[in-house]
Design a protein around this ligand. Structure first.
Ligand code: UDP
Ligand code: MG
Length: 335
């Protein structure tokens, strides 16, 4: 198989106005880089002329351009997955087709990979999106940072570079709701971020409606943490404790002050209510804990990836069977 240094993976959905310029600029950047490359354009079921344009472009640049046509619209991340599955490069760079991520920034990412990073993210320096497109992203970025503890400033920016082993790891995750940057970070040993320009969307609007965006945020949240489920238990316990304390307080006060105190026992009802609501929430959270484990197993993500095994040819008795299986896999990937 031909060695390819860099693959670009670009999802396309109704981008007829941008495609030609996109391909022209990407080719210019890659040519200047001097290494072998391929540009993989994945059409995510576009309804405009994107498909025809892609066919023409594929015929014109048959050396470097790979076009994958999906039969209908599946969404940005599934489209990127389809591109990753097709990619052969040692390093894979993803970017958007709308030219908001300037292809001219790609060398910066490649330089960071050459410095030894597995995953290189990017931060949009001056994000040129409308306020209503920016706000949800900002809130989301903050939540992600808090809950995962992974310091990535800008999860939404898809101009990213991944080393081959990370791409292979991502491809081994069969789950349907994916958020690729999070998945990649989960497997990366060393990641960094570079600052990139962000251009205004010149031709037509964002392809994300509010609902699609909300859906994506939930994909992101559920793909990395089961904390919302645990939150139920925590709230439940707090409510129960409050209920118990109130109950004890009321009982003591009643003994001291007599039955007329606290509106003839109305508050006692509240204390009981708190306790039971708390129990219910706690129970629900407990079910959630099981659910999150079932979810983890159903997703079937690989537990770990072996990078290398030393002395594999030594005494075979001393090599755990699992390790042998894994090295076979990584060996396959490298070829
Ligand atoms: N996209 C896609 N499928 C979709 C929606 C978007 O492949 O259902 C592509 C789109 O063509 C673009 C990228 O995903 O290349 C990002 O989309 P967009 O620029 O609309 O998102 P935003 O910049 O608002 O985050
Ligand atoms: Mg965009």
């Amino acid at each position: 198989m031909k060695f390819i240094a860099t693959s670009l993976v670009i999802p396309v959905y109704n981008e007829q106005a941008n495609l030609e310029e996109l391909v022209r600029r990407c080719i210019a950047v890659c040519d200047a880089q001097g290494d072998s490359y391929e540009i993989i354009l994945v059409d995510d079921g576009s309804r405009d002329r994107s498909r025809e344009i892609l066919r023409e472009l594929a015929a014109k640049h048959s050396n470097n351009l790979v076009v994958v046509l999906l039969n209908r619209n599946y969404g940005q991340h599934p489209a990127v997955m389809a591109g990753l599955a097709q990619s052969r490069g040692n390093v894979v760079v993803t970017l958007d087709a709308d030219l908001q991520n300037p292809p001219e920034e790609i060398p910066k990412l490649l330089a960071a990979v050459a410095d030894g990073c597995d995953v290189v993210g990017s931060v949009r320096m001056q994000r040129k999106d409308s306020f209503f497109r920016r706000m949800p992203s900002r809130i989301l970025n903050a939540i992600v940072r808090k809950t995962t503890g992974v310091m990535m400033t800008d999860y939404g920016c898809m101009l990213r570079a991944y080393r081959r082993n990370i791409v292979d790891a991502i491809l081994q995750c069969p789950e349907r709701s994916t958020f690729i940057p999070i998945l990649a970070n989960g497997f990366s040993a060393k990641s960094t971020e570079v600052h990139v320009e962000h251009a205004e969307r010149v031709n037509d609007d964002s392809k994300y409606s509010v609902w699609k965006l909300i859906n994506l945020q939930f994909d992101l949240l559920t793909s990395m943490t089961a904390f919302p489920l645990r939150l139920l238990s925590i709230v439940g316990v707090i409510l129960s404790v409050v209920g118990f304390s109130a109950g004890i307080f009321l009982a003591v006060m009643r003994l001291i002050q007599g039955p007329g105190w606290a509106a003839e026992g109305v508050f006692t009802i509240f204390a009981g209510l708190f306790i039971f609501t708390g129990f219910q929430l706690f129970g629900l959270g407990l079910v959630g804990e099981y659910l999150s484990r079932v979810y983890d197993d159903v997703r079937g993500r690989p537990r770990y990836f072996v990078e290398e095994i030393l002395n594999l040819d030594g005494d075979p008795g001393s090599v755990p069977e699992k390790a042998v299986i894994n090295i076979a896999k990584t060996g396959e990937n490298k070829s």
